[in-house]
Unconditional design. Sequence first.
Length: 64
Amino acid sequence: MTCGHCVAAVTEELTGLAEVSAVEVDLVPGGTSLVTVTSIAPLPEPAVRDAVQEAGHTLTGVDR
């Protein structure tokens, strides 16, 4: 992610998942940005990956 528009796009897609209660993005322009997703139930990784890709970005790792 490189800008606030990227952050907004990723946040919008992830908050569209029914279980998601919060999304925080630590933007690192030109580097790897950290996205923290809080949910009321475990999220299937494919759903998260698809949401990030829909926003035009790539999920590179998942910490649970």
